[in-house]
Design a protein around this ligand. Sequence first.
Ligand SMILES: NC(=O)c1ccc[n+]([C@@H]2O[C@H](COP(=O)([O-])OP(=O)(O)OC[C@H]3O[C@@H](n4cnc5c(N)ncnc54)[C@H](O)[C@@H]3O)[C@@H](O)[C@H]2O)c1
Ligand SMILES: O=CCCC(=O)O
Length: 408
Amino acid sequence: MAKAMMTLRRAAALGARHILTASSRVVPLRHMSADAGAAMEKIRAAGLLRTQGLIAGQWVDAYDGKTIEVQNPATGDVLANVSCMGSRETSDAIASANSTFYSWSKLTANERSKALRKWYDLIIAHKEELALLMTLEQGKPLKEALGEVNYGASFLEYFAEEAKRIYGDIIPPTLSDRRLLVLKQPVGVVGAITPWNFPLAMITRKVGPALACGCTVVVKPSEFTPLTALAAADLALQAGIPAGALNVVMGNAPEIGDALLQSTQVRTITFTGSTAVGKKLMAGSANTVKKVSLELGGNAPCIVFDDADIDVAVKGSLAAKFRNSGQTCVCANRILVQEGIYEKFASAFIKAVQSLHVGNGLEESTSQGPLINEAAVQKVEKFINDATSKVFLITISMHFPPNPEGMY
Ligand SMILES: NC(=O)c1ccc[n+]([C@@H]2O[C@H](COP(=O)([O-])OP(=O)(O)OC[C@H]3O[C@@H](n4cnc5c(N)ncnc54)[C@H](O)[C@@H]3O)[C@@H](O)[C@H]2O)c1
Ligand SMILES: O=CCCC(=O)O
């Protein structure tokens, strides 16, 4: 709080109109809170607390036995130790995906559709445990996590249907004795690399269409949020997605990435994450001429014009700016307001921001969970310092728990 006051004083001295303040600190590990402990028990009881990688339908440790900690960003607690895998495990996962490709791609679209639909049903049936797991490892408020489970599952529902609609084309030929037909066929093994901000939806959005059209997949979830991915993979096995069609490896990201890039069996890389890593994957795919599909860092201005409905504009800007504590690729990273509506918008927006509650996502009152890690906290702090050093920037004070212990 002292820091927040200093920031306010400094901004006032600079003549800034409003100030967004936040405080941060690194927290030592401690015993898990009662809420988190009960949530973990529920997840474990449902059989969804998986900590090993999934290769050829088997849950396996890293070959050298190494593990990495998954922490709760709200508290700093260690939730689990998961296998820390690298190139050898990835090569085996690719081999398993490659051999399963021959049988999975030969199924009828209807058979693949049924398996995907069953996976969707199981995710919905376990939405509470998956949402708890997501809140624990990613930090987003439970209500938002439940929203992501529905959102993530919807990709499986959609692609289960689209599996049956992979039509080809008939093209008018330029020569009268020819026929031109376009057949759409699965490319083979897909390497899918996903970020931590949507621990389920970024996986189902990649795996759903790949499996629907007959491809097999090696997924590498973020090391910050592997538990949701592993739980979802468990449900995929239960749904009858065959062993080897979906493999999960996590741990040493550059090693896993390189193994996927160097393999001639991996025919597509699909990635969501930072632009820097996306560029590396694009360059690394050239040698084996892979297809590449990238969703990279967003850059999203939000514009409010003079004739805007103020309530709609505030509500929309708030959602655009603060969803997942500002950690989505489409979060507004600047709000441009036309002169005529500026004062009115700014005061309504400040009021709305002041009603947000920062805290542990397991608590009912929390609308803003923690940031993902210490690096993210430092990055925001840098933005705040930059903002307060500029006279024209806007800031507001917000509700924080009295003694925040996590990545706030
Ligand atoms: N455009 C979108 O739809 C979208 C969606 C979600 C997130 N994002 C962006 O993702 C970023 C946040 O994710 P992040 O910080 O986890 O990004 P990141 O690029 O650091 O990590 C994403 C994934 O890449 C892996 N990775 C890191 N180095 C690698 C390497 N050398 N080889 C292979 N894999 C590697 C990570 O372990 C993680 O699984 C933000 O920039 C956000 O805007 C974009
Ligand atoms: O972070 C990026 C994904 C956001 C979304 O799918 O709405």
